[in-house]
Design a protein around this ligand. Structure first.
Ligand code: NAD
Length: 392
């Protein structure tokens, strides 16, 4: 099969196995170019196949020599469809990790379900013994309640009042004004159920109850705060409410892990192009302005550099994890740098379809977007016939 990108709105419905393998190779190389970290050795990553979760898994395996179990929700290839990118990423990761002598096991299924949690328990007991790090990096549109069976949907909406701001159509580069209507109380409640901390708590309680957490275990979930221009749609919107819930969950989990000396942290990460973030209005335009400034300053990072630096921060300072006053790890420190934000702000007020090529890095955004699906790598032959049927 000759595989080309098929972009529909903010997703690409095809993925390239060789390109995804190249993406994973590059992420491994980025980690191996840094100093090794003495840290976690047995790691469970929930949401491990793309974006920040995949980068966490690679940073753990290739930066700390950790055995990993990765859990995700992906689709294998069928007769007429490629597999999803996360499927191909995982196949490439598993192969490289095993060649490096590491345990690398994967589970494909719904992290919110009781059945997959029980499978994970069995697999951890058999392959890892106990876990000393658990990364919770799920970004999902819906969740079925494991007890009541109710299906919750998450929405990306402002709260209280409608919100208008600039946004870009990434495909044609047109900047226009978008208006989003405020969420109902019910939509807020459901978004918290999907993207808040409830499922993270359930995972950690189960692992503790099953005797699978090692002493001094660290568990992480990821959040975003960002600048003023994105607040109405992010920090102060429905997703922000869910992220507040995640912080409450972190405190509860830390209290419950006290017998093991365990700690739960929310790490606030940088805005980056991932399948999840490309669905948020306003954010892609902000990201393209941010990329322009951070690349010019030499401080731009991708998911892998963020996660490698996070592991260094967690394990590098002799057990003292540096956090902000609310106990969060701030990997968005370089993004939120005053100088960077002042420039982004200036650009934001001047941004139009005409000024975007000069003030923003839409090309960088587009390239990252294509690469999420394994396209746009200069050393991959996209005219070659490839077998989409990759086994895990
Ligand atoms: P992503 O879309 O790349 O990854 C989502 C992961 O969740 C994938 O591995 C996917 O398979 C998995 N997943 C989805 N539904 C699942 C389910 N039901 N069961 C099991 N796995 C499931 O997204 P991402 O951007 O890496 O997001 C990960 C976390 O990082 C989220 O909490 C997000 O809010 C946070 N974050 C993202 C950004 C950003 O700019 N992308 C910034 C800060 C924080």
């Amino acid at each position: 099969m000759i595989i080309k990108p098929k972009i529909r709105g903010f997703i690409c419905t095809t993925a390239h196995p060789e390109g995804c393998a190249e993406s994973v190779r590059r992420q491994i190389a980025a980690v191996q170019a840094r100093k090794p970290v003495t840290g976690a050795k047995k790691v469970l990553v929930i949401g491990a196949s793309t974006g920040y979760g995949l980068a966490s898994r690679i940073a753990a395996a290739f930066g700390m020599g950790a055995d990993t179990i990765g859990l995700f929700f992906e689709r294998p290839a069928t007769d007429d469809r490629t597999a999803t990118a996360g499927w191909y990423n995982t196949a490439a990761f598993e192969k490289a990790a095993r060649e490096a002598g590491l345990v690398a096991e994967s589970l494909n299924g719904d992290a919110f379900s009781q059945a997959i949690k029980e499978e994970a328990v069995r697999l951890i007991r058999e392959k890892l013994g106990k876990v000393d790090m658990v990364v919770y990096s799920v970004a999902a549109p819906r969740r079925t309640d494991p007890v009541t069976g109710e299906v919750y949907g998450s929405v990306l909406k402002p709260i209280g009042q409608s919100f208008s701001n600039k946004s870009v159509n990434v495909q044609n580069g047109v900047v226009n004004e978008v208006t989003m209507e405020p969420a109902s109380d019910e939509e807020i409640r459901q978004t918290i159920k999907v993207m808040g901390g409830e499922d993270w708590i359930l995972w950690m309680q189960l692992l503790a109850q099953e005797g699978l957490v090692a002493d001094n275990v660290i568990t992480l979930a990821y959040s975003y705060i960002g600048p003023e221009v994105t607040h109405a749609i992010y920090k102060e919107g429905t997703i922000g409410r869910a992220k507040e819930d995640l912080e409450v969950a972190a405190r509860q989990i830390t209290a419950e892990l006290a017998p093991y000396g365990g700690r739960a942290y929310v790490s606030v990460n940088k805005a980056l192009v991932t399948q999840a973030s490309s669905a948020i209005p306003v954010v892609p335009l902000y990201i393209s302005l941010l990329y322009k400034q951070m690349k010019a300053q030499g401080t731009h990072e991708g998911c892998i550099e963020q996660m490698a630096r996070m592991m260094e921060r967690i394990y590098g300072a002799g057990g003292e994890v540096v956090t902000d006053a609310e106990g969060r790890i701030r990997m968005d420190d370089w993004e939120m740098d005053e100088g960077i934000q002042a420039e982004v702000n200036k650009a934001w007020s001047a941004i139009t379809t005409e000024t975007l090529p000069e003030l923003g890095d839409l090309e960088g955004y587009r390239q990252d977007f294509l690469q999420l699906f394994g396209f746009g790598f200069d050393n991959v032959d996209y005219e070659a016939d490839v077998n989409p049927n990759v086994q895990l």
